[in-house]
Design a protein around this ligand. Structure first.
Ligand code: PEP
Ligand code: MN
Length: 272
């Protein structure tokens, strides 16, 4: 891997595909955290074979506990870049700090802002500036205690920096319910469609927190009008270093794509 990593230095991803395309449902899949080259490559193969175009993987992990796995950082970014070159998959990773925006933009296609940072205005502005300069897309997750209006104002911190493609992601909000990790607010999808022209995708994995609930909520998300999904997947979820209980295995991911495709057919959309 060392040699390969050296060879990749200085290569920049050619960045043309949009995250959301009219008439398509974009399914972004991949592990919560990048754990090793072998782990990322194994799930990338699955994602590619399913015909998907985008892959997720966290390099810098914003974990609730400081004792949990914090991600591989820069090494993980190199693996994402290599996946892009090897499979042609576009990559999505989370920006956690104003300090890592540039290096992430050097290595991936889509800069994700996580729920914990939706109201980190310095980060939003920096991501907006860098994404605009480098022609990157931004995926802005909803803060788990933020209203839809606050979320839409957070978008403007990014777009005031330039003409960047911003896609929203509903990932569940905090309520009194404890049988799911969060409560997936699917009404946010039509409300966003009513209030704005922005595309919106849904993250059922972080919302429900359990892998067996991910497929039913994915079906619902597409039926209610979401433009796509971002789901966690791992070839061996029970060994995952982060969020294994909510991660789909390869077979389950294939089943999700199959079921979502059936719904997409009915509403006249294709899967990508
Ligand atoms: C993630 O997608 O890796 C993540 C941490 O999600 P969220 O910000 O929604 O918790
Ligand atoms: Mn996760």
């Amino acid at each position: 891997m060392e040699n390969k990593k050296e060879k990749l230095e200085g290569i920049e991803i050619k960045d043309d595909a949009k995250l959301i395309e009219e008439g398509y449902i974009t399914i972004i899949a991949g592990p919560c955290a990048i754990e090793s080259w072998e782990q990322l490559d194994a799930i990338a193969k699955v994602v590619k074979n399913l015909g998907l175009s985008f892959m997720r993987g966290g390099a810098y992990k914003p974990r609730t506990s400081p004792y949990s796995f914090q991600g591989l950082g820069e090494e993980g970014l190199k693996y994402l870049k290599e996946i892009n070159i090897k499979y042609g998959l576009k990559t999505v990773t989370e920006v956690t700090d104003t300090e890592n925006v540039e290096i992430i933009a050097n290595n991936v296609d889509v800069l994700q802002i996580g729920t914990r940072n939706m109201s980190n205005f310095a980060l939003l502005k920096k991501v907006g500036r860098v994404a605009n300069e480098r022609n990157k897309k931004v995926l802005l997750k909803r803060g788990w205690a933020s209203s839809i209006k606050e979320w839409l104002l957070a978008v403007e911190y990014i777009t005031l920096q330039g003409n960047t493609e911003v896609v929203l992601c509903e990932r569940g909000i905090r309520t009194f319910e404890t049988d799911t990790r969060f409560t997936l607010d699917l009404s946010a999808v039509p409300v966003i469609k009513k209030l704005s022209k922005l595309p919106i995708i849904v993250d059922p994995s972080h919302a429900v927190g359990w892998s067996d609930l991910v497929i039913p909520m994915s079906r619902a998300a597409i039926a209610v009008g979401a433009d796509g999904l971002i789901v966690e997947a791992h070839t061996n979820p029970s060994q995952a270093l982060s969020d294994g209980q909510q991660s789909l295995n390869a077979k389950e991911l294939a089943e999700l794509v199959r079921q979502v495709k059936n719904i997409a057919d009915v509403i006249g959309k294709k899967i990508r």
